[in-house]
Design a protein around this ligand. Structure first.
Ligand SMILES: Cc1ncc(COP(=O)(O)O)c(C=O)c1O
Length: 472
């Protein structure tokens, strides 16, 4: 959507500055009349995110059937809101794309919300976990332990033994040492542990923004070491060889590169089966499908990836194997919105600033933590979606560090104290990726919205909870 200059000028909401052009004095004391007003096309990633939420042509943000302002009023800010219908729709779209032979797993790390995990389970998604905490979330969400897959390069003996007690479905093994520990602990418990080896392929996953393979890494087992470990696992009575796993990067925006990388694993799988005379009943092709997180980000071609994976599956064993794809961000990011209120507006050095009640400690990714070049996240003014462009403003949170900043001097709808700002695509790697202890603010509450019904699914701690678990 492209805003016409005249149209945008008419759409500047009267409520923010007392007249339709936005001229006048704001509450921070700065005259707006002489400031720059930039009118740009709405970022396609923001537009796509609003479309997913059913707000492409709306003037005010809704999550499900409820206005963002109503959610903020009822539940306070900062707030994460998740749309159950979007979670279900994402699941259905992915499942349709990857076909009936591939089972979809939810990577709980992306958002360990019990409600989100339960919603996805009800939609038919399995789960992949990476800690005992995530094991408890998955179990409470209704998953059977026997269906769960446990990844992570640093599983301790305690974690392995506890997972075995729960009857975990499969360990994704990341080192020779871990394999030996699992065999020892399973034998001691009189159990047979199911294992798959996570393979570090020689090639990097092209098109992934963050790469975790294709070089020396603590993730997975170098492909050259895999045959020997397959032989050991095959021969070890306390182990049951399940198959192979790969996960080589996140924020993949090149569907073709993802399929080619998965193909490389399949080729090795059949070669190892032939050379070692064994069968690999399961192959987990990983995940990392990209979702726009920052202005200017592209999108992932799900249809192309799905078609490529279906062809691969048919070529390398079809229904004779179990196939998995494990996704976090792609399922959940578009279903979530982070809402924060403007606490203060001010002018400094001739530039406008808005200070929000939520920041880096509650949504680190939105502040660019982990990125090399900082770009603004998918930000909108929750009650002025149709006035995207206006005077440049810097949006930051309440922390005492310059790092607590979502955007610097971006054109934005005029903001006044009390206004609501939303970060779209916040349903994954939001709270879970954030250093919530910094400055001892209470963590945000979380709500699940299903149609017209919103329910709190993570309570906002009280300020005095900063003392919880502390001793003098
Ligand atoms: C082993 C493993 N599987 C799955 C995921 C989920 O990745 P994404 O949310 O990018 O799909 C991750 C993320 O780091 C991971 O490490």
């Amino acid at each position: 959507m492209r805003w016409q200059r005249t149209e945008a000028a008419h759409r500047v909401p009267r409520t923010h500055h007392g007249n339709a052009t936005g001229a006048g004095r704001d509450r921070g004391g700065g005259s707006l009349a002489s400031r720059r007003v930039t009118e740009l096309p709405r970022d396609p990633a923001v537009q796509a995110a609003l479309t997913t939420l059913g707000c492409a042509d709306a003037t005010a943000l809704r999550i499900g059937g409820l206005a963002a302002t109503e959610l903020a009023k009822r539940f306070g800010t900062p707030l994460y809101a998740f749309d159950a219908a979007v979670l279900r729709a994402r699941t259905a779209a992915v499942q349709q794309a990857i076909g009936p032979h591939v089972q979809l797993l939810w990577s709980v790390k992306a958002n360990p919300s019990l409600a989100v995990t339960a919603c996805l389970r009800a939609a038919g998604v399995g789960a992949e976990i990476a800690s005992l905490g995530e094991l408890h979330v998955a179990l409470a969400a209704g998953h059977q332990a026997a269906a769960l897959r446990f990844a992570g390069p640093g599983k301790t003996d305690h974690e392995i033994a506890t997972a075995l007690q729960h009857g975990i479905g499969c360990f994704h093994v990341e080192s020779a040492s871990e394999l030996a520990s699992i065999a020892r602990l399973a034998a001691a418990a009189g159990q047979r542990a199911r294992i798959a080896l996570r393979v570090n392929l020689p090639q990097e996953l092209g098109g992934a923004r963050m790469r975790m393979g294709g070089r020396s890494t603590r993730f997975g087992i170098d492909a050259g070491q895999v045959p020997e470990l397959l032989r050991i696992a095959h021969a070890q009575p306390a182990l049951q060889l399940d198959g192979l796993h790969v996960y080589a990067g996140t924020q993949v925006f090149d569907a073709n590169a993802f399929v080619q990388h998965a193909r490389a694993l399949c080729e090795l799988a059949v070669a190892w089966e032939r050379d070692l005379g064994l069968h690999l009943p399961a192959i987990d092709l990983g995940g990392g499908f990209g979702v726009a997180a920052y202005a200017g980000d592209g999108s992932f071609d799900l249809a192309a990836a799905g078609a490529g994976l279906q062809a691969l599956v048919a070529q390398y064993g079809g229904a004779s194997r179990q196939w998995f794809v494990e996704l976090g961000r792609f399922l959940a990011a578009p279903a979530g919105v982070f809402l924060a209120r403007v606490v203060r507006t001010k002018t400094s050095g001739g530039e406008r600033h808005a200070v929000l009640d939520g920041g880096l400690h509650q949504h680190a990714a939105a502040a660019g933590v982990g990125t090399v070049v900082r770009r603004p996240p998918l930000l909108v003014h929750a009650t002025a979606l149709d006035a995207q462009q206006g005077e440049p403003v810097t949006l930051g949170g309440p922390l005492c560090t310059p790092a607590d900043q979502f955007a610097e001097q971006i054109p934005f709808a005029p903001l006044a104290e009390g206004d609501l700002v939303a970060v779209l695509h916040s349903g994954a790697y939001g709270l879970t990726y954030s250093p919530t202890a910094f400055l001892s603010h209470p963590a945000p509450a979380e709500v699940m919205v299903d149609g017209d019904v919103a329910r709190i699914v993570r309570m906002r701690p009280a300020a005095e909870d900063a003392l919880r678990a502390q001793l003098p």
